[in-house]
Write a protein that binds this ligand. Structure first.
Ligand code: SF4
Ligand code: SF4
Length: 84
């Protein structure tokens, strides 16, 4: 079993917060659908920052081991204000 990342398409609003916060660039934006997609699941370090920050609760991980430090970027967190 290995880590899987799922994005619930009907919930995703294409805000790109997950793309911006992911430290290992796992996501990309599908510009046609205006949805984010998982491009490099193998690079995920299971920090769960994306699932935490997603305003639509659209991201789920399965079979992960949360052993890495939570990733925070102070400048990025300031930009989140408009979503709170
Ligand atoms: S943070 Fe959530 S709503 Fe925003 S692009 Fe990512 S999956 Fe979609
Ligand atoms: S859990 Fe962390 S490393 Fe994995 S996709 Fe989300 S933000 Fe990126």
């Amino acid at each position: 079993m290995s880590l899987e990342i799922d994005i619930h398409e009907q919930s995703c609003r294409g805000c790109e917060l997950c793309i911006d916060i992911c430290p290992t660039k796992v996501f990309e934006l599908d510009t046609e659908k205006r949805l984010c997609v998982v491009k490099h699941a193998e690079d995920c370090i299971a920090c769960l920052s994306c699932a935490y920050i997603c305003p639509s609760n659209a991201i789920t991980h399965t079979d992960y081991h949360a052993v890495k430090n939570f990733y925070r970027d102070a400048e990025f967190c300031q930009r989140m204000g408009k979503f709170l």
